[in-house]
Design a binder for this molecule. Structure first.
Ligand code: ATP
Length: 312
């Protein structure tokens, strides 16, 4: 089966920074693939090369059997791209914006009018279609941006952090809409640093850090990289920075990081056996007021694989 989107060996350097290094993955028809990584991991740079906005230093991209470099028009026609930055004209209405983008895609006038109504309905903004974009909330603008990317009926939708700066109602509408598109057979590339969104929307996930895809698989496969390790959260009162250092030095502790103002998250072997040792390790520095052993999830897998928290 031909992948809807695939890339191999994608690399991009900005001066001394290797923003993307030898990235390769594929997305089947109707599959939702997530690129999960912290800010600066290289997600936007990778996507910019996948959609033909940035020339890779090395590597290639295939979209529905078309090579992006050799046949860019055919390849790009299959892609719907929703950039991280809102790209709409504030003085035009939503409908006028969609008309503008539809014409760029070369949609015939009559078909375009129909598609505009369809996508407005899909993003749940038909009743606001004739309001100017500058009266829209951030979330509503993002929904129109997604609508614009769908006008030409792409085979693969590429979303770069689509819920950043978005109100809860629009966030729900975006996630529900994306899930519906995938259920209807759309292929999806979804990037986010929100682990829970990627877990919800994507069947397979690539974890990207410092420009490299360092692990890839289903949620279950990635979580299994943790082996028998447990994730423990301690709520403490005291000097958390020193306590984090002390805990990191305890034998059996793989990772220890601050989580908010009063918690430390740990990955430990045999969590329940180690608890008394953990509490003793911070004695005189901090008092442990609560302990929680947490089910392993993608965030724990990320921490384990990279040694960093996802939301740095
Ligand atoms: N035009 C540029 N010139 C120089 N360095 C850049 C440029 N664009 C990105 N970078 C650097 O490349 C690396 C990857 O950035 P990129 O924006 O691709 O990451 P990201 O995972 O999308 O992060 P974010 O979620 O913050 O957008 C970072 O170190 C960034 O500072």
């Amino acid at each position: 089966m031909t992948a809807t989107l695939s890339c191999t060996g994608l690399s991009k350097r900005y001066g001394d920074i290797l923003a993307v290094q030898d990235v390769g993955f594929f997305i089947e028809k109707g599959e939702a693939y997530g690129l999960l990584g912290p800010n600066g991991a290289g997600k936007t740079t990778a996507i910019s090369m996948l959609v033909g906005l940035l020339q890779p230093d090395a590597g290639s991209v295939q979209v529905c059997g078309h090579d992006l470099a050799a046949d860019p028009i055919a390849a790009k026609a299959k892609i719907g791209y929703v950039p991280q930055e809102i790209a709409l004209y504030p003085d035009l209405t939503a409908r006028e914006n969609l008309r503008f983008f539809g014409r760029l895609y070369g949609l015939p006038r009559r078909e375009l009018a129909k598609r505009i109504d369809e996508v407005l309905d899909f993003v749940g903004l038909s009743d606001r279609a004739d309001g100017k974009i500058d009266t829209y909330s951030g979330g509503m603008k993002r929904r129109i941006n997604i609508g614009a990317a769908l006008l030409h009926r792409p085979q693969v939708l590429i979303l770069d952090e689509p819920t950043v700066g978005v109100d809860p109602q629009s966030r729900k509408a975006i996630l529900d809409g994306v899930e519906q598109l995938v259920a209807d057979g759309m292929s999806l590339l979804y990037t986010s640093h929100y682990m829970e969104e990627v877990e919800r929307v994507c069947k397979r996930v690539g974890i990207i850090d410092h420009g490299r895809v360092i692990a890839e698989g289903t949620r279950k496969e990635l979580v299994s990289t943790l082996g028998s390790a447990d994730r423990v959260e301690l709520v403490l009162d005291g000097d958390l920075d020193v306590a984090t250092e002390k805990l990191r030095a305890v034998q059996g502790v793989t990772e220890a990081v601050r989580a908010g103002t009063s918690s430390i998250r740990l990955i430990v072997n045999e969590g329940s056996h180690l608890l008394p040792t953990l509490i003793a390790a911070v004695q005189g520095i901090a008092v442990v007021t609560a302990v929680e052993v947490i089910e392993p999830d993608l965030e724990a897998a990320f921490l384990h694989l990279t040694g960093n928290k996802l939301r740095d």
